[in-house]
Ligand binder design. Structure first.
Ligand code: NAP
Length: 277
């Protein structure tokens, strides 16, 4: 059997780790990349899986991981750009460096990995690039302005890129998970709230409280299964939503006016917000 090979970024936890395990269990070779492979205790015990270092903000690690993957498995068929995190809270509390780090990881880092893989896919006249965006790449929630701007950027980048890569047999696909139970909300998140003016506090408390009540999470494995489907899908389909929340909200975005959508968002997330005027 000719095994296919996938390279995944951000495989140390959550969606990336579940995806590495899922592809491996389906008979693929997996290049599971992460910032600190020396801390990995589980993936490196699996056959046909190479655990190696890749920090999307460090281009030399991207090149090395790709070279090492090709040395181990001969080629790469699918790239999954999964690494990313959320900077959340009032925009006014965000420092320039926090914003830069958010874009360096979620947008420019992703682009650097794409840049590094393209010569390989172009030469083969084949390959798939799967970019993990979010339902938050086409809709927005309050207090997520910076995270959303990165995911909207990933959506626009990917949507346009699909056309110019098509003549080379390269597919681009966007995965749009809803809320997923991972380290995203805890360990990985960065917050602007501590530096935000105190006038935002009531608003922030109410929005986060309402969000917790409304949240309905899916699992990393559910995303992994959709990524697997997309990796094996040679059609031109671009977008794959994951989870009832993502499917529902992205459906609403398509079928109702902005006014109705924003009204529904205010009703469910801003209820009992006191006037801050
Ligand atoms: N969870 C959700 O609700 C949700 C919803 C929609 C979209 N997403 C997207 O799904 C992707 C995965 O998130 P997750 O939910 O699985 O959260 P997670 O468990 O926090 O995983 C995030 C991963 O990204 C890695 N990472 C962060 N900065 C990196 C960098 N500079 N270079 C390489 N890797 C880096 C982390 O590595 P370290 O262990 O080294 O920190 C970790 O492996 C993200 O792009 C996120 O935006 C998540």
């Amino acid at each position: 059997m000719n095994r296919k090979t996938v390279l995944i970024t951000g495989s140390s936890s959550g969606i990336g780790k579940a995806t590495a395990k899922y592809f491996q269990s389906k008979g693929w070779n997996v290049i599971a990349t992460m910032r600190s492979p020396e801390n990995e205790k589980e993936l490196n015990k699996l056959p046909n899986l190479l655990c190696t270092k890749l920090d999307v903000t460090k281009p030399d690690t991207i090149r090395k991981a790709i070279d090492e993957g090709i040395k181990s498995f001969g080629t790469i068929d699918v790239l999954i750009n999964n690494a990313g995190y959320g900077l959340v809270g009032p925009f006014e509390g965000a420092g320039k460096e926090q914003i830069q780090r958010q874009f360096e990881t979620n947008v420019f880092g992703l682009m650097e990995v794409v840049r590094a893989i393209l010569p390989i896919f172009r030469k083969k006249k084949k390959g798939s690039i799967l970019n993990v965006a979010s339902m938050g790449g086409r809709i927005t929630f309050p207090l997520y302005s910076l995270y959303h701007s990165t995911k909207w950027a990933v959506e626009g980048f990917s949507e346009s890129l699909q056309y110019e890569l098509e003549p080379f047999g390269i597919r681009v696909k966007i995965i749009e998970p809803g809320a997923i139970a991972t380290d995203f909300i805890g360990r990985s998140a960065d917050s602007t709230s501590d530096q935000a003016p105190k006038e935002y506090k009531d608003f922030t408390d109410i929005v986060y409280g309402n969000m917790m009540k409304a949240m309905n999470t899916s699992t990393g494995e559910q995303v992994a299964k959709v990524l697997f489907k997309a990796a094996n899908d040679s059609s031109r389909r671009l977008r794959y939503a994951v989870g009832m929340d993502a499917k529902g909200l992205l459906g609403l975005r398509k079928f109702v006016s902005d006014g109705i959508l924003f009204g529904m968002m205010r009703l469910s997330l801003l209820r009992s917000t006191k006037s801050v005027a």
